[in-house]
Ligand binder design. Structure first.
Ligand SMILES: Nc1ncnc2c1ncn2[C@@H]1O[C@H](COP(=O)(O)OP(=O)(O)O)[C@@H](O)[C@H]1O
Ligand SMILES: [Mg+2]
Length: 231
């Protein structure tokens, strides 16, 4: 599904945020991307989504990410931002969810079908006419996920999906993530979420991948977790 070779990214101020990251993710896998604050998790997701242009190579379903392939690959690999406010900007929930299909050039009937399907997948059909900015944090997160599902992506990238949620909204989100059939890469500090959803876990620290293995093995290695700010 995804193949990354030697990915390196330096911010314009000189900060090296990714330092030679290589990894492979197979179709249907659910992989956690963990690591301390500032490890480079968000930077990696932004690079995979083609928003930041990193050195090295990224292949999505075998196709190299490039300027030419970006529009097509963006629809295959959807990024759910940490803050739903970065993803929701329309007067109604329906328009936000219909936005990507509209710009994919689909017919009005197809756009409506895509939006309804995406809202149903996150249990938010009844909210189609509501204003996104009046929703609770948990509802906004669901709608933000629907805006990405409406592109019918093969893989979803999540940046800290449980951040800012109360315990009930967090449980509902974990339940929703469990139901998603797509390949998942989830950047998170929430080791409980990782344990529930992701059989495989990556640890990123200072821009380097320092561990990649079975979640049950890595979570049992307290020395490893402490060394990388995760215990
Ligand atoms: N826009 C930016 N400009 C400069 N440095 C940045 C920027 N965004 C993030 N960084 C730095 O890059 C590193 C990785 O950040 P980030 O990818 O946000 O880490 P994480 O998501 O793991 O907390 C950190 O040192 C952070 O301070
Ligand atoms: Mg981050």
């Amino acid at each position: 599904m995804l193949e990354v070779h030697n990915l390196t990214y330096t911010y314009p101020d000189g900060r090296l945020a990714l330092n030679g990251v290589s990894l492979r993710i197979w179709p249907g896998e659910r992989v956690a991307l963990t690591g301390p604050n500032g490890a480079g998790k968000s930077t990696l997701l932004l690079a995979l989504a083609g928003i930041l242009h990193a050195e090295g190579s990224i292949l999505v379903e075998g196709i190299p990410l490039s300027h030419a392939s970006l529009p097509r690959l963006r629809a295959r690999l959807g990024l759910v931002f940490q803050s739903p406010e970065d993803q929701l900007f329309s007067p109604t929930v329906f328009e936000d969810v219909a936005y990507a299909p509209l710009y994919q050039g689909l017919t009005p009937a197809e756009i409506t079908a895509r939006a309804s399907e995406a809202l149903a997948a996150v249990g938010m059909q009844a909210f189609a006419a509501r204003m996104p900015h009046h929703l609770s944090m948990g509802e906004k997160k669901r709608v933000a996920i629907a805006t990405v599902l409406a592109m019918r992506p093969a893989m979803l990238l999540f940046d800290e999906p449980s951040a800012g949620l109360d315990p009930r909204a967090r449980r509902e989100l974990i339940h929703l993530l469990e139901q998603l059939p797509q390949t998942l890469l989830i950047a998170t500090h929430d080791l409980n979420l990782v344990q529930h959803i992701c059989p495989r876990m990556l640890i990123l620290d200072e821009g380097r991948l320092v561990a990649d293995g079975k979640t049950e093995h890595l979570l049992a290695d307290e020395g490893l977790l402490v060394a990388h700010g995760l215990a």
